[in-house]
Design a binder for this molecule. Structure first.
Ligand SMILES: Cc1cc2nc3c(=O)[nH]c(=O)nc-3n(C[C@H](O)[C@H](O)[C@H](O)COP(=O)(O)OP(=O)(O)OC[C@H]3O[C@@H](n4cnc5c(N)ncnc54)[C@H](O)[C@@H]3O)c2cc1C
Length: 545
C-alpha cells in the first residue's frame, strides 16, 4: 500500500500541532508535509510582550526544522487548490516559481488576516498586532514617539506623540495596552522632558465591557487595574475614522494621536477567499469532525474554520472560538480523524470544553480563570507566565523566554530602536543580456518599467490579435496585469540586452493609480487596448496575503 500523502497548509498553531499529531498517529506510515510562508512558528500570545520589549522577536519564535522531525517543511506561498485533481499550487523560491503538490488528505490551517478597510483612514495609519513584524514595529514606534516628544517645542506635536490609542478591548487589545503602558512607564525616567501626566493611553471598545469572555469580577479587576495605571477605557465607543494625526470616535470625539493600534478587523486570508469553499462568517464551514463537506479528504481547523460544537449549531451559533487553546485540541482530533478515515473507520466529532482564560495586564498583574479557579494580581500574572513558558514549543525558546523574563526584573528595558531593512517599494534592478526576469506562471507581484536596455516578452498563450512576443525598450513597461489581481505571470520576460528596470510593488502602483487620475487613466486605456477592463475592486486595500 502506498503511504498516504497529507499536506498541511499554514504554519500557525493549527498547522504545527496537526503536523505533530499526525506524526504521532501515523509514525512512518504517512508522508506529511507542512507548507508555510515563513520558516518559523510564532507564539502569538507573546506578541504583546515582544511589542513591549520584555521578549525579543527572535525568541518568541522557533524554527519549524527544530520543531518538526520527520515532517517535510516547504517554505512557500499557497496560491490555489484544485480539489478535483487533489493538487495545491504554491509559489516557492526566489523566482516564486509555481509548483504543484499532490495530496491524499489536505488540511487547511491558513488563519485569518487583518482587514481595516471598513473604517476610513484606519488601514494606512494603524499599527496591527498579528505578526512578529507588527510587534517589532510597535515597540520601535512607541520608542520613536518618546524620543520625539522629548525634543519637540510644539505642544500639539507633543500631545499627539504622547497619546497612545488601542482599538479593541479583547484579549489582544488589553494585553497590548497593559504591556505598552509598562514599557512607557519604565522608560520615562530616561526622557527628562516628558512627564507621566502628559501621557494618555486610551482603549476604545465598542461593546459595553472589556475581556468579554472573562467572568465579571475578573473583568472589573482588569479595568480597575489598568485605570489605576492611567489607562482610559472608553466602553460603547468605537473608531469612526483615522488620519495620520487624529482619530474620530463613534461618539464624535476627536483625539490627537500618532499611535493607533488596531486589534480588530479579522477577515479571511485572501488565498482562502479565492478557494472554491463554503465560507460562513468569513470562515470555512466545516462539519463537526472538521472535514470540509463535499470536497473529499479536505479538512480545516483553527481561525480559518467555523467549527460547530453541537449538532445543528448553525441555529444556535455555538462555534469553537478562534483561540490557540482550541486550535491545539482541534489539531489532535483532526489527526485522529484522518487516521480513522485512512483505516476506513467512522470519524468522531470535535468536542472540547475550554479550560478557562488568562490575560496579562503588564506591570506584574494579570487575571486568570482556570478550571473554575479565579485569580487576580501577581499570582494570576505568574500563572500566565508559567503556563505560557510550559506551552511554548521548543526547549531553546523556553530557555530564552524564561531568561529574558528573569533579566527583565533586574535590568531596565532597552530603548534601542534598530531599523530593519525593508526593500523600497520602487527599486532598480540590473540584468545582463539573456537573464530571465520572470517566467510565465511565476507569481505576479510587481510592475516593470525599462530604464535602459531592452526586454523580450514572450507568451505561450497569446490573446487573439496579440503577438506571441514583443520587445520593450526604454520608457516602455510590462507586468501591468497584476492590477487586475492576476496572481500569475502570463508571459516570460528576459533581458534582450544589459538592462536596468524599475520595479514597483503592486500596493504602491495601486496607491499611485488611486491618487493621480492621469496615471490611472493612462493604464485604464492601456488595458482597454489589450481588451481588459480596469477592475472595480482595484484601489485601497490592506488585507495582506
Ligand atoms: C496578539 C495575540 C494574542 C493572542 N493570545 C492568545 C492567548 O493568550 N490564548 C489563546 O488561546 N489564543 C491567543 N491568540 C489567538 C491565537 O494566536 C490564534 O487563535 C491562533 O494563532 C490560530 O491559529 P491558526 O493556525 O488557525 O492561525 P495562525 O496562527 O494565524 O496561522 C496561520 C498560518 O497560515 C499562514 N498563511 C496564511 N496565508 C498563507 C499563504 N497564502 N501561504 C502560506 N502560508 C500562509 C500564516 O503565515 C500563518 O503562519 C492570540 C492572538 C493574537 C494575535
Amino acid at each position: 500500500m502506498p503511504k498516504p500523502r497529507i499536506v498541511i497548509l499554514g504554519g500557525g498553531f493549527g498547522g504545527l500541532y496537526t503536523a505533530r499529531a499526525l506524526r504521532r498517529e501515523f509514525g512512518d506510515g504517512a508522508e506529511i508535509e507542512l507548507v508555510t510562508a515563513e520558516n518559523y512558528f510564532v507564539f502569538q500570545p507573546l506578541l504583546p510582550e515582544v511589542g513591549a520589549g520584555s521578549v525579543t522577536p527572535i525568541h518568541a519564535t522557533s524554527p519549524f526544522r527544530f520543531l518538526l522531525k520527520h515532517v517535510r517543511v516547504r517554505k512557500a506561498i499557497v496560491d490555489s487548490v484544485d480539489f478535483d485533481a487533489k493538487t495545491v499550487t504554491v509559489f516557492q523560491g526566489v523566482q516564486r516559481r509555481p509548483t504543484e503538490i499532490s495530496y491524499d488528505h489536505l488540511v487547511i490551517a491558513l488563519g485569518q488576516v487583518v482587514d481595516l478597510s471598513r473604517t476610513p483612514g484606519l488601514a494606512p495609519h494603524a499599527l496591527t498586532m498579528k505578526s512578529l513584524e507588527d510587534a517589532r514595529r510597535l515597540r520601535g514606534h512607541v520608542i520613536e514617539r518618546l524620543e520625539h516628544a522629548d525634543i519637540t517645542n510644539l505642544p500639539e506635536v507633543k500631545r499627539g506623540a504622547l497619546t497612545f490609542t488601542v482599538i479593541g478591548g479583547g484579549f489582544s487589545g488589553i494585553e497590548t495596552v497593559g504591556e505598552m503602558a509598562e514599557l512607557i512607564d519604565r522608560s520615562l525616567k530616561y526622557y527628562p522632558n516628558v512627564s507621566r501626566d502628559e501621557i494618555r493611553i486610551i482603549v476604545l471598545e465598542f461593546a459595553d465591557k472589556i475581556l468579554a469572555e472573562m467572568p465579571d469580577t475578573l473583568r472589573a479587576y482588569a479595568q480597575k487595574q489598568l485605570e489605576k495605571r492611567g489607562v482610559e477605557i472608553r466602553l460603547n465607543t468605537g473608531i469612526a475614522s483615522a488620519t495620520g494625526t487624529q482619530i474620530t470616535t463613534t461618539a464624535g470625539d476627536l483625539i490627537d494621536t500618532r499611535t493607533v493600534v488596531a486589534t480588530i478587523g479579522n477577515a479571511p486570508a485572501p488565498v482562502v477567499a479565492r478557494m472554491d469553499l463554503p465560507l460562513t462568517q468569513g470562515r470555512i464551514a466545516v462539519a463537526r469532525d472538521l472535514s470540509v463537506p463535499d470536497r473529499g479528504n479536505v479538512w480545516s481547523l483553527g481561525d480559518c474554520a467555523l467549527i460547530p460544537m453541537k449538532d445543528g449549531a448553525e441555529a444556535r451559533g455555538d462555534f469553537a472560538p478562534p483561540t490557540a487553546q482550541f486550535a491545539v485540541r482541534e489539531a489532535k482530533q483532526l489527526a485522529a480523524n484522518i487516521a480513522r478515515a485512512a483505516r476506513a473507520e467512522a470519524t468522531r466529532p470535535f468536542a472540547y470544553t475550554s479550560k478557562g482564560a488568562m490575560a496579562s495586564l503588564g506591570a506584574r498583574r494579570g487575571v486568570a480563570d482556570v478550571m473554575g479557579v479565579r485569580l487576580t494580581g501577581f499570582l494570576a500574572w505568574l500563572l500566565w507566565r508559567a503556563y505560557y513558558v510550559a506551552f511554548l514549543p521548543g526547549f531553546p525558546a523556553k530557555v530564552w523566554v524564561l531568561s529574558h523574563w528573569v533579566l527583565d526584573w533586574v535590568t531596565p528595558r532597552s530603548l534601542v530602536n534598530l531599523k530593519s531593512h525593508t526593500p523600497p517599494a520602487a527599486r532598480h534592478i540590473h540584468y545582463r543580456a539573456g537573464d530571465r526576469i520572470y517566467e510565465q506562471g511565476n507569481r505576479a507581484d510587481g510592475f516593470y518599467t525599462v530604464i535602459e536596455g531592452a526586454v523580450e516578452i514572450t507568451t505561450e498563450t497569446p490573446q487573439p490579435g496579440q503577438p506571441a512576443s514583443r520587445r520593450v525598450g526604454p520608457g516602455g513597461h510590462f507586468g501591468e496585469r497584476m492590477v487586475l489581481g492576476a496572481t500569475r505571470r502570463v508571459a516570460t520576460a528576459r533581458a534582450a540586452e544589459d538592462t536596468i528596470v524599475m520595479v514597483l510593488d503592486r500596493e504602491e502602483f495601486m496607491k499611485l493609480a488611486d491618487a493621480i487620475p492621469p496615471f490611472r487613466s493612462y493604464f485604464e486605456d492601456h488595458l482597454t487596448e489589450k481588451g481588459l477592463d480596469w477592475p472595480e475592486t482595484a484601489g485601497r486595500s490592506n488585507a495582506a496575503e
